[in-house]
Design a protein around this ligand. Structure first.
Ligand code: ADP
Length: 217
């Protein structure tokens, strides 16, 4: 089993702790605010009060031995930067740091953060993507011009049609990897897979093509 430490138990860090606990993972939760730490006593494997800018505190909990350390200190940029730096210096292999701004993201990269996330900016972009491409429910970017997307079949003209009839590959330069039917069954996308309104399809392809498809599917 992997071990996790989450530093900073605001809305973001707190949700990470809850998500890990719900998945049966061992998680150490740290915050300098006693009241907040008390809220996590029964949720985290261990919850401790501590200032993450204090190197001795980080060392005493063995921060360098965790498989993943999440630095989720929000607006306090100095604390977030120093904590990331100390955590890496103490040997943590994988440090995920939350940045409030793109400038902070650059600083966190400089001090050694392995993964940097900007939850508000990411959520905003995801919402924009969903608003523009009405049938896309989830997606992730594979590269600057390729994406993977989950989209819902809404067009009655596609009811009962085979994937090969719709000619996804040639016409839309898209590969349908998987189909999830309304009864919850799934199948690998093949030429003879039949689509129904309400099905979800999981496609890989050029962003432009995925976007176009999402508006006609
Ligand atoms: P969010 O935007 O995710 O809600 P917040 O900025 O509200 O983030 O919360 C950050 C948390 O980090 C707070 O609970 C705060 O007490 C904690 N925190 C801030 N500085 C430190 C520090 N030096 N050491 C430990 N915890 C800290």
């Amino acid at each position: 089993m992997k071990s996790y430490a989450v530093i900073g138990l605001g809305r973001f860090g707190g949700s990470v702790v809850k998500g890990l606990a719900e998945r049966g993972q061992e998680v150490l939760a740290i915050d300098r605010n006693e009241d907040i730490v008390n809220d996590y006593m029964d949720i985290a494997t261990q919850a401790i009060i501590g200032d993450a800018q204090d190197e001795r505190m980080l060392e005493s909990v063995g921060i360098g031995n965790f498989d993943y350390v999440v630095v989720a200190i929000g607006e306090n940029e100095q604390a977030s930067t120093l904590t990331t730096l100390l955590t890496k210096e103490l040997g943590a292999k994988m440090v995920v740091a939350k940045a409030a701004t793109s400038i902070q993201a650059k600083v966190l990269a400089k001090v050694g953060a392995d993964v940097i996330i900007q939850p508000e900016a990411d959520a905003g972009r995801r919402l924009a993507e969903r608003l523009v491409n009405k049938n896309i429910f989830e997606y992730f970017e594979i590269s600057h011009d390729m994406m993977f997307a989950e989209m819902k079949v809404n067009n009655p003209k596609l009811e009962g049609r085979k994937i090969s009839d719709i000619n996804f590959h040639d016409k839309h330069e898209i590969n349908v990897s998987m189909v999830r039917h309304t009864d919850g069954t799934t199948e690998i996308g093949a030429g003879d897979t039949i689509l129904h309104v309400g099905d979800f399809i999981y496609v890989v392809g050029k962003k432009k093509a995925v976007s176009q498809l999402s508006n006609i599917i």
